[in-house]
Design a protein around this ligand. Structure first.
Ligand code: ACK
Length: 305
């Protein structure tokens, strides 16, 4: 699945094509505001559905430089990344054209009581593993070695089969092109998912993504939103408590059975909680690397009593 070494040949679209596809960026085609611009849905002539991200606030860089960055991002290809189909750079416009993701973002489903039943445990577990593979690809297998810096439920999109794909990868890189140090004054990211060292000191590494991934896992398992996990938040307390009970050989009394049904997957569920808790540890060095996360998720009864 790695595209290492592949020379990018990203289709360049004319602005007129994108205008037609999105009905001149009609309000009715607007999907929402993303991290770096507004997203519209569209349809190409052939009927192919697309999502267009119209990037804003990239004034500090020359367009040529941006174009190079976009061509680099285009090399990132993985089943768990939203596919970049093309771009459009014309005048003051920079647009990225992506495959359309039918089932929108994870946060529109998991935090919604009515919709969350669409995701049973098996699907949740697949989503947890899929996101991990996507993040590992960014960290390790892609030529660029990207730190995403804004992993969160609204950046995980679901295709028609509910397969998860990470979006907005590489954009942090574009917007901080002059800024490739390990410490930055321009903290991008979302409160609640940010690791303490990143939120407080702007220090980022693959381990800050691991922290955000851990928050995501705990949200997917619990169906509860994290609001600042390194405070004294109830979700983390609840899940730590559940994990300790489990270690002591007690049943899963605490978790929301409406999510899990009567499935006999308690050890998978607890494995995910354990992995999530390992990932949100305060010290970056205590957190696992994504490759270790994947090993733990895939090994039945690893680290379990
Ligand atoms: O949660 P959503 O409905 O899914 O709202 C956000 C919004 O745009 C801003 O990011 C949606 N979105 C982003 N990229 C895509 C895409 N490729 N396909 C479908 N919806 C998308 C996202």
């Amino acid at each position: 699945s790695s595209s290492r070494g592949k020379v990018s040949s990203l289709p360049i679209f004319d602005a007129s094509v994108i205008l037609a596809a999105t009905n001149n960026f009609a309000l009715s085609n607007k999907l929402g505001e993303g991290g770096f611009g507004t997203v519209y849905k569209g349809e190409l002539n052939g009927g192919e559905r697309i999502a267009v991200k119209r990037l804003a606030n990239f004034s500090t860089q020359g367009l040529d430089e941006l174009k190079n960055e976009v061509l680099l991002i285009a090399e990132l290809q993985h089943i768990n990344l939203v596919c970049l189909l093309g771009c459009c750079i014309e005048g003051e416009e920079l647009m990225l054209i992506y495959e359309y993701m039918e089932n929108k973002s994870l946060d529109t489903i998991i935090f919604d009581k009515a919709k969350s039943s669409q995701l049973d445990w098996q699907k949740r577990f697949e989503i947890i593993k899929g996101i991990a593979r996507g993040v590992l690809y960014l960290h390790q297998d892609s030529r660029l070695r990207i730190i995403h810096r804004d992993l969160k439920a609204s950046n995980i999109l679901l295709d028609k089969n509910m397969n998860p794909k990470i979006s907005d990868f590489g954009l942090a890189r574009i917007f901080c092109a002059d800024d490739k140090k390990w410490q930055t004054n321009r903290v991008v990211g979302t409160y609640g998912y940010m690791s303490p060292e990143y939120a407080m000191d702007g220090i980022f590494s693959v381990k800050s993504d691991v922290f955000s991934y851990g928050v995501l896992v705990l949200e997917i398992v619990s169906g509860k939103k994290s609001r600042g996990i390194f405070g004294t938040e109830s979700m983390l307390n609840l899940l730590s408590y559940a994990w300790n009970l489990w270690k002591d050989g007690k049943a899963l009394e605490l978790l929301d059975t409406s999510i899990f049904g009567n499935s006999n997957n308690n050890s998978e569920i607890m494995r995910c909680i354990h992995v999530g808790l390992l990932c949100v540890q305060d010290r970056p060095t205590d957190r696992p690397h994504m490759s270790e996360v994947i090993l733990m998720l895939n090994s039945p009864d690893a680290h379990l009593p």
